[in-house]
Design a protein around this ligand. Structure first.
Ligand code: ADP
Length: 301
């Protein structure tokens, strides 16, 4: 099969591993930089061009679209969908998962467990917002933050008020969330492919830190997850419409709580900690499922 990997950088671990896995299984991979691609929207025969050349019609597309290029990246992916290529994750599902508020609203509507969460932009009653998340201690997050930056633990009401006021001053969208103390500074990343969790790791924060992000010095290790955790991760990915997803869970007294569903989960941490060939599993999923024009929306969403 002709498979395009949408990625800005051929040298990234995940991109390299996906190229390798495609080649190992006898496919023809091509790395396409979305920001250098351009396309004709008006034509009845949609095309994508790079450096003056028209790209072939790929059998499948593996989107690895970074958060900062979501808007243009999903437009390029949508163009490939209109050309009939099978997207590993659909453009609509990626856009949906990139919007944290929309994602949590969708998950909560379907009864998926999550920490009590309030969203706000310019709340005129901060006390009430704090109450909404169940009082202090609580976690305040900038909606646009990644890698744990902009995630603050406020232990007292006074601290919570000042952090919320500071974020309000920045005119940022914020999330105010119940602090899951019993998670003990750890979260679980479940790597979902199709209807299975194919690998799972626990990320443990450094002593004295509650954020377990690897970028914040967290350590990853192999973990056995429970059937409920497995089912929760698969359900969350399905609700988002993602075939491949990294579902982040917190272990709480009331069961697994979903924090985030990531549509371009990295392979390095999970493959290194588990020794599993996740890239191969992704390519095998494509082999089983790629059919021309097999999207739910055909680029219409
Ligand atoms: P980012 O998307 O920037 O990584 P997260 O929302 O994943 O931000 O938060 C970063 C880390 O902080 C998580 O991996 C988790 O370890 C910890 N954390 C986040 N929210 C909570 C919470 N409500 N209760 C306990 N720990 C949390």
């Amino acid at each position: 099969m002709k498979i395009a990997i949408l990625s800005r950088n051929k040298k990234l671990y995940s991109t390299r591993r996906l190229v390798e896995a495609c080649e190992m299984r006898g496919h023809e991979p091509m790395v396409v930089d979305v920001l250098h691609s351009y396309m004709n929207i008006a034509s009845s025969k949609p095309e994508v061009h790079v450096k003056g050349e028209s790209l072939p019609v790929f059998d499948a597309i593996i989107p690895r679209i970074g958060a900062s290029v979501t808007f243009y990246g999903t437009a390029v992916l949508r163009q490939f969908e209109m050309m009939g290529s099978f997207p590993l994750n659909e453009s609509v599902a990626i856009s949906r998962s990139r919007d944290k508020l929309r994602s949590l609203q969708l998950l909560s509507r379907r009864g998926v467990g999550m920490p009590n969460t309030g969203f706000a932009h310019d709340p005129d009653d901060i006390q009430d917002l704090i109450k909404m998340a169940g009082g202090t201690p609580l976690v305040i997050k900038l909606l646009e933050g990644t890698q744990g930056i902009g995630v603050v633990l406020a232990e007292t009401k006074k601290a919570a008020e000042s952090v919320i006021e500071a974020f309000m001053g920045l005119k940022a969208n914020i999330m105010v969330q119940e602090y899951i103390k019993e998670a003990g500074g750890a979260d679980i990343r479940c790597f979902v492919v199709g209807d299975k969790v194919v690998a799972a790791i626990k990320r443990q924060a450094q002593p004295g830190e509650f954020r377990s992000n690897l970028h914040r010095g967290g350590a990853a290790s192999l973990i056995r997850i429970t059937p409920t955790e497995r089912a929760t991760a698969v359900k969350a990915a399905k609700i988002m419409g993602l075939n491949v997803a990294g579902v982040d869970l917190l272990r709480s007294e009331r069961g697994p709580l979903v924090m985030e569903v990531n549509s371009s989960p990295g392979l390095e941490g999970i493959e290194t900690a588990t020794g599993k060939d996740v890239a191969r599993m992704i390519v095998e999923f494509i082999e089983k499922n790629a059919k021309p024009h097999r999207t739910r929306t055909r680029g219409r969403g």
